[in-house]
Design a protein around this ligand. Structure first.
Ligand SMILES: [Fe+2]
Ligand SMILES: [Fe+2]
Length: 158
């Protein structure tokens, strides 16, 4: 689907940006892995491993974005699929599940907030509070995905 501002130059620029990110992410990932391997301290290693897992996923996603952009406008061999476009008869059920998940994630956000507060006395002497705060960020991410899906399904169902 084409939108305003998506001329050929735009496609080239975006494709280039994706490829640049792939290269940059590889560099950063290698630096993290080198430090994680070199360090003997379990706490430091654990934290670096958390980041490394994310960076692996970023790398994979940017590779998929780069190959999707490179495939455009050729035959559809893109690895990132098109936006959700389910069959009409499945939309109401999907929408219902999506809204239920939104509720669950919002409940989760509220209980994580309370838990982070309860963990405050632990301070920086333990990793627990940090881990709960990271889960709060993940929950925000899940909400963002589900809100997108809800918008998308609502638009498709009209
Ligand atoms: Fe990254
Ligand atoms: Fe979640």
């Amino acid at each position: 689907m084409r939108h305003e501002g998506q001329d050929n130059e735009w496609w080239v620029r975006i494709g280039h940006a994706f490829s640049t990110h792939v290269r940059d992410e590889v560099y950063v990932l290698e630096r993290y892995e080198a430090l994680a391997q070199a360090t003997k301290d379990p706490g430091t290693k654990f934290l670096l491993e958390l980041i490394i897992q994310d960076e692996h996923r970023h790398h994979q996603l940017f590779e998929e974005l780069a190959s999707s952009a490179a495939a455009h406008p050729g035959p559809d061999v893109a690895t990132v699929p098109p936006a959700p476009h389910p069959e009409r008869e499945h939309i109401p059920e999907l929408l219902e599940h999506t809204r239920r998940f939104l509720e669950l994630e919002r409940d989760d956000a509220a209980s994580l907030k309370q838990l982070a507060r309860d963990l405050r006395p632990a301070g920086d002497e333990m990793l627990w509070r940090l881990l709960v705060e990271l889960m709060q960020l993940d929950t925000e991410k899940h909400l963002k995905v589900l809100e997108y899906l809800e918008r998308r399904l609502e638009a498709e169902g009209q």
